[in-house]
Design a protein around this ligand. Sequence first.
Ligand code: ZN
Length: 296
Amino acid sequence: MTNKEKSAELVSKYVHVLSCPLCNSPLMVSNLKSLVCLNKHTFDFAKQGYVNMMTRSTNSHYDKNLFEARNQIIIESNLYVLLHEKISEVINENMNPSNDEIIILDAGCGEGSHLQRILDDCKNKTFSGVGLDISKEGIRKAASHYKKSIWLVGDLANSPLADQSCQVILNILSPANYKDFKRILVPDGLIVKVVPRSNYLKELREALFDDTDKKDYKNDETVSLFKQNFHLANIFNLSYARELNQTELTNLVQMSPLAWNSKKDDIDQFINQGFSEITVDLDILVGVNKQTKGDE
Ligand SMILES: [Zn+2]
């Protein structure tokens, strides 16, 4: 069986979770080759096993190198290990273990490593991962590395997920679409959003940016918007530093869009220091999809 057929078989088991992004009708897997909706809109499985469900063309300039670097930082350097542990703890505490199917969507999953690590840490066989990202390069890499989850190229504003199909949505250092998140989450479903705090990757930012640009910022507005959409159950602040070596610092620069416009001299100097402590400083917002009075 090819990778493509194996993925199609996996998707067949969870096809009720998906819906056509063009007409919102249910989909079915046809001949282990494509997803087809009631109106015959067709989305083919790629040979790596993902499905492209974008309904418009995009020009994402996030390239292969960025995702390779990100994969190295997450999987090899373990820079986010405490984040993964915390999120899996939150999920395990909030999910009913007797529920025989729990879908965890990573909205804006990039190359999929955060989702994979979190699923590994959860150690629960009833959890199934779905990764969604607008970047084909990211999803292609995710599908090549991680065979147990479903990988979809798609639009967060019009995601190919059915209404009330997900028990958990992860949104890690990535833009959100709360309207669509509320649609696809089950009632009382969990949303875990991770946002940077002012010291996040400060060593990188200090090296590559003018000091005058630097200012402390707070996540008040983000939290306030989040609270307008979900019941805020908890906020965790996670702050720690890890030492990265030269190769890891190179990867860190490559995975950071904020570094792309920096001067080459500044980048070289940052990388050539050999070792550096790198600070991870994040807020983890945990929300519950409460039905508001108006929805009842
Ligand atoms: Zn359709």
